[in-house]
Ligand binder design. Sequence first.
Ligand SMILES: [Zn+2]
Length: 251
Amino acid sequence: MSAIASDALVLRTLKLGETSKIVVLLTRERGKVRAVAKGARGPRSRYHSSLEPLSEVRVELHGRQGTDLYRLGQCELVRSAFPAGDRGLETALSLSYFAELLDAFSQEGEAEDAAYRLAVAIVRAAEDGVDPAALARYLEAWLLKLHGLYPPLDRCAACGGLLPRGALRYHRAAHGFVCDDCGPASGPVLPEGARAFVVDAFRRAPAAMTGVPAEAAVLESFHQDLITNHLERALRSQRVMRDVARETRER
Ligand SMILES: [Zn+2]
């Protein structure tokens, strides 16, 4: 039985018994996989800090092809998502949101190279200090697009005609943006700035995103609607971030 070697991002870990962990990984070779990391919770764990969420690692997985649970062999830390010290609360929360989002959109055992490259680029951009809110909207837009869930930004979902410049009007019944002739649209309306942000996101690397538009809140709730519809549940860390933001405001 030969081991599988793969680049991977750690998505999350779960406790297993007294001393071990189950690690959920996004691998380049096999998509999302679960692996048992024996002794990972012991004081002299061989895995040290390589199992922190969104750490970039090089792993060796043992187990039969198509197995539900691999055994984690070597796990070499390539790049930590949490370099010593300087993590603000917002960045830390954003990183856990990115990990949860990637986890929710990834299929077990199905390699998606585009999603893997996207994830790595996002983590590195976060590390380079790109606004975490811009990265969150960027990642949401791309994961939705890669799963065929982002409505076209230039064509009317009802008649196929070219959409005029300016704000975009979403119509739930058409699952997309519609032109004035095919309206009235149910909403929401994406203001011009939000539309420009998404157009940019689909053209540029995450490291090139300079900030979020003034209308970021509209874009955020539009994306959350699409995500919740697709997953049929809301994401936990999104809720946590909103609570923290509210508390910070109220203080
Ligand atoms: Zn139309």
